[in-house]
Write a protein that binds this ligand. Sequence first.
Ligand code: SF4
Length: 432
Amino acid sequence: MSIWKEESFEDKIYDEVESFFNIHKLKEEEETLALDIIDSLRDKNILVVEKDDNNCGYLIPLLYASKDKENFKGFLISTATIFLQNKLKEEIDKLSKLINVDIPVTIAKGHVNYVCMKRLEKYLRSHQENKTLNEISRKIEKEMIDKEDYPNISNEIWININVNGENCRKCLYNKECKYYLNRKSWPNASYGICTHDLLVASLKRKNHGMFQEPSILIVEEASSLKEIVVSSYQGIISKKMLESLIQGASYIIGDKELKTDSIKVINTFYEKLSSIIKSEYSKNKDSNLIDNKNVIEMLKDDILILLNTLSNFRKSVKFYQSKYTELIYLRKKLNDYVNILDDMIGSGSKHRYSFYFQSNSRGLVSIKYERKDILGLSSSLLADKKYGKVFVDSNIVGNDDYNTFIESLGLDKIDDIEIVKEYSLGKSKIKK
Ligand code: SF4
């Protein structure tokens, strides 16, 4: 009998979870949390919970729910660090054995944590004496090579061999590359543990998320999620970035003249921007006091020239787009920069802008942008009504903290979803 059918849902899973907590004599507040997790699965509400390091309270109901293969689509747990991902996986493996369920958990980490076969092969050509890299080279055809298994590899070497923005789809190794094959399996995994960065990146893709839509999302260490959401909407436009984009695209389309003209405009723009910022800085001696709106106003004509130059360049690149897939990426980047520059001088700008001296840039200033409406954006990322969401953190201790946390992610702006706040450390539960 399915545990999810209306007549059996409550009877079956609530009973099973209650009896587990009785048999194992676990804390009452953990049991209360477990039962509320089942409520969230059923009601697709938002549960905000203060709890300690013990994860039994939310893992047990998920494991029992996984018995219903037909109706429980799975869970996605997002957490702040790789250490916590591994710890959770160990706990799930241990509890699964107790409950006698099979939960094949997929851990999703950022690409920079893995070795790229292609880059390793290239690096090894000039570093054949390195024993560890030779060992990795022998293993990499059979398994993914994770940074945490090789803590002695220096960062200097790691950044030469890790997966780092390569175009895997075009790579000759992609049929055998264990990293790529694992990455491709994420959307089919029913039980996932990802980092907050990957969760936010996936939510931003809307209908083409990196993970399968779960029956419930658990966000561990939830107070650190806001920072990740904010930084996912931030960006930088530096002289170097624009130059390498123009150089890369010009090389493919073979237009040296267009490259020279565009680079000249970029140079002029950044020199002028840097000189304005230096002069403002010398007046105020504090970069926080520089009036960024005023700087944009002073540079309006130059921004327009740069915008038109990049737009024209984009048009030239468009002609070649169908022939060279590499250009699709470059054109997308060009689009992003054109949109930002347009936003910068348009009325009703969506971004806040600031300027700063980038290290190793010989005194040149870069543009930094971030979204103004971050609460609205965060709220829409988390507004999916098709599954329950549980936010867990040990730093939410009082009612004021709950409200601050809820507002910090824009959860209070989501319509038609009940928010349940729970003190699971032996305190009372309150409803909004
Ligand atoms: S598929 Fe991607 S990660 Fe794998 S070897 Fe190729 S470029 Fe590297």
